[in-house]
Design a protein around this ligand. Structure first.
Ligand SMILES: C[S@@+](CC[C@H](N)C(=O)[O-])C[C@H]1O[C@@H](n2cnc3c(N)ncnc32)[C@H](O)[C@@H]1O
Length: 434
């Protein structure tokens, strides 16, 4: 579940499903389209100073009104009335007048199809700046994606990130449920679904509130998990009887799926530095009836690896990463990531890979994964690791995931634009026997 749902959860208990969905769409959409909307608000203010000095709450109310007018089929009069009222109640009558004037200006520009838009012209930097406004993304992401994937692909990716996401549900076979059981419950709840390419999964675009309120997650029938993460578990390929160390495990999406594949035989150690997230993992493990094969370990992987002498058949490092593959689900993430984060993250990923590798048995397997689509966090980390660790050999993921997800170098890679899934990456490395 994304931050929007979690944040809103506290203040929407009295709303019905339709209204909760509307609030969720408005909050997520307003956050996603912030850069584009701010450009329009600035263009419609009498001068730039009015915009830069605007009170934060007034700006938020305008952003919501702009999003509703530009992207939703809400009647214009209702948007103006509601947001003027909101400004009057939350601020003062004068603020309501200002909201009224600016929203009406926007409506007339929209009606005459004359909304201001920056021109995509000039050098690369200027073009990226214009596109970053039109598609509402940070400039550095636009430049990076155009540079590495080309303009067409970059635009597709931004369109994907701006669309309302699908959510996938994975049925919990460890509790004895089948996908048909889940499908029957969704039909009872009148939630429209699609069966996924992965056997245990179904996809829904709407109806998450109904699923939550019916208790499907609470009673351990299913978990919210994207197939892109499910395929990482296929790359791990857990087998009954194996010992598996899940190095960055919380909140446990992959731990639980791996555990359900062990068919009651074997053991998973779920290590994470974040105690609160580990607690969520163990609560979910209990609810999925998998707590007897999962042991939680609270700590920093780098210290744990130094002190531990234990070795495991398989070690999964689902590394902390930029999350650039999941921007459609995490509406706020694009604004919280800086280019400089990438350097910091890749250093951490190298350190964690080094630590994780020391826990692999001779002949065992190390799996590195991220939910990023950036080669610096993916292919480049593996290339750097293999150069420094000749005891590990890269093994292709052929046979573990469908061919369309396998790169020329033998990595698993899911792409939002190619596969309509979140972006994810995984590599399999085998430790030599000696
Ligand atoms: C991408 S998330 C893991 C998601 C998880 N595997 C799942 O499928 O639900 C990365 C995790 O790494 C943890 N982490 C970050 N630095 C760590 C460290 N030095 N040692 C152990 N865990 C760490 C974070 O707390 C976070 O929970």
């Amino acid at each position: 579940m994304g931050y929007v749902e979690r944040t809103l959860g506290f203040s929407t208990r009295h709303l019905d499903d339709r209204d909760i969905r509307l609030v969720t769409v408005i909050v997520a959409g307003t956050v996603r389209w912030k850069r584009y909307i701010d450009y329009l608000i600035m263009s419609l203010c009498s001068d730039e100073k009015v915009f830069s000095k605007m009170e934060p709450l007034l700006l938020q109310i305008l952003r919501i009104g702009f999003f509703e007018i530009l992207k939703l089929n809400v009647p214009a009069y209702a948007v103006v009335d509601e947001n003027v009222r909101l400004a009057k109640v939350a601020l003062r009558p004068g603020a309501g007048n200002m909201v009224n004037a600016i929203l009406r200006k926007l409506l007339s520009l929209k009606e005459t199809d004359s909304l201001p838009l920056p021109k995509v012209e000039g050098d690369d930097r200027a073009q990226a700046r214009a596109l970053s406004i039109i598609y509402s993304h940070p400039v550095w992401m636009v430049r990076r994606w155009i540079r590495f994937h080309g303009k067409e692909e970059a635009l597709k990716l931004m369109n994907w990130n701006n669309s309302d996401p699908y959510f996938s549900l994975r049925v919990n076979t460890a509790n004895g449920y089948t996908r048909d059981d889940l499908v029957n419950r969704l039909e009872d709840l009148q939630v429209h679904y699609e069966k996924s390419i992965m056997d245990e999964f179904v996809r829904i675009r709407e109806g998450m509130q109904a699923v939550l309120q019916a208790g499907l997650l609470r009673e351990g029938m299913c978990a919210v998990q994207d197939e892109s993460a499910g395929f990482v578990v296929s790359v791990v390929d857990p087998q009954p009887g194996e010992s598996i160390m899940d190095c960055c495990a919380a909140p446990g999406g992959k731990t639980l799926f791996m555990a359900s594949r062990l068919a009651g035989q074997g053991k998973i150690w779920a290590l994470d530095i974040n105690k609160g997230r580990l607690r969520i993992l163990m609560e979910a493990a209990k609810c999925h009836n998998l707590d007897d094969i999962i042991t939680d370990v609270h700590g920093d992987l780098r210290l744990y690896a130094k002190e531990s002498t234990a070795k495991y058949d398989k070690v999964l490092l689902d590394a902390p990463c930029s999350g650039l593959g999941v921007l459609s689900k995490r509406a706020d993430l694009r604004w919280n990531r800086q280019f400089e984060d990438l350097e910091e993250l890749t250093c951490l990923q190298d350190e964690l890979l080094y630590s994780a590798s020391s826990l692999v048995k001779p002949g065992g397997v190390l799996i590195y994964s991220t939910c990023s689509i950036d080669h610096e966090e993916n292919e480049n980390r593996i290339t750097a690791f293999v150069q420094r660790h000749p005891e590990f050999t890269l093994e292709g993921v052929h046979g573990y995931v469908p061919a369309e997800f396998i790169t020329d170098e033998g990595f698993y890679s899911s792409s939002p634009t190619k596969h309509s899934l979140d972006g994810a990456f995984a590599a399999r490395l085998v430790r030599s026997i000696h």
